[in-house]
Write a new protein. Structure first.
Length: 254
């Protein structure tokens, strides 16, 4: 079998695996368009009107929102990874700190938005704080559980070589928790996209949340729908990037 034939078979299988996804999506699109024929455009606009609006959107708002999300998630991940590692290495630290993490996780996102408005003057730091507070517990708990789920026999085998703490973490812990880290990134990307729009609704002049609030003031269902599509496509694109990284890092997994 030649390389081109193998690539063609691989592409065919990939499309075949996703056919149910495309069929479901096509059903929603057709159903929307049919319903729009019987409802006024201020309730359910047709796809023609929605795509005309999409072409007129100021996509700078989308880039600003994505930059906020990625920055906050990167910092939350770094802090969460550090805390999880410290809690794994010190049971006393875990006993004292895990209740704080659970407390932070129990606070609803809307409460963090209100706290940020009352506590901070800078708009960008408000949004960063909300995203950080909402996503940090998920990273911390998921990574800690992943570390604890590394087989005991494997840990004992590595420890028999008397590694330093750095070697123990870099040679065993990080490779062992990589699948869980990537899954946590996918989950937190979806959570962050939903939360950032709420945070941007209040007190900001940029971002998709602000654009949605402006569209609401104009009572423009077409613009709200168009920005919703941008949000969904952005999230799927980011999760697609994580999936590509996952395939490369975990290519040993069948």
């Amino acid at each position: 079998m030649t390389v081109s034939e193998y690539a063609a078979i691989k592409l065919f299988r990939s499309v075949a695996d996703r056919r149910y996804y495309f069929i479901s999506l096509l059903t929603v699109i057709v159903g929307w368009e049919v319903a729009s024929r019987f409802l006024p455009p201020y309730i359910l606009p047709s796809w023609v009107l929605v795509f005309e609006t999409l072409l007129r959107l100021n996509l700078v708002h989308a880039w600003v929102t994505l930059a906020r999300v990625l920055l906050a998630l990167a910092v939350a991940f770094a802090v969460g990874l550090t805390l999880a590692t410290l809690m794994y290495l010190s049971q006393k630290f875990e006993k004292y700190f895990i209740p704080i993490v659970n407390l932070i996780m129990a606070v609803p996102a809307i409460c963090w938005v209100l706290f940020s408005i009352l506590w901070f003057r800078d708009q960008e730091f408000r949004i960063f704080f909300v995203l950080f507070a909402v996503c940090l517990p998920g990273y911390t708990i998921d990574i800690l559980d992943a570390i604890k789920n590394i087989p005991f026999q494997l840990r004992e085998l590595v420890l028999s070589f008397r590694p330093s703490k750095y070697q123990f973490i870099s040679k065993l812990i990080l490779p062992g928790i990589t699948p869980n880290i990537l899954t946590t990134w996918k989950v937190n990307l979806g959570l962050a996209i939903r939360v950032v729009t709420v945070a941007e609704l209040v007190g900001t002049l940029t971002g998709i949340g602000y654009a949605l609030n402006f569209a609401l003031g104009q009572q423009s269902i077409r613009e709200i729908t168009a920005w919703t599509i941008v949000l969904v496509v952005s999230l799927l694109a980011l999760q697609g990037v994580v999936s590509i990284i996952e395939k490369r890092l975990l290519r040993w997994r069948k």
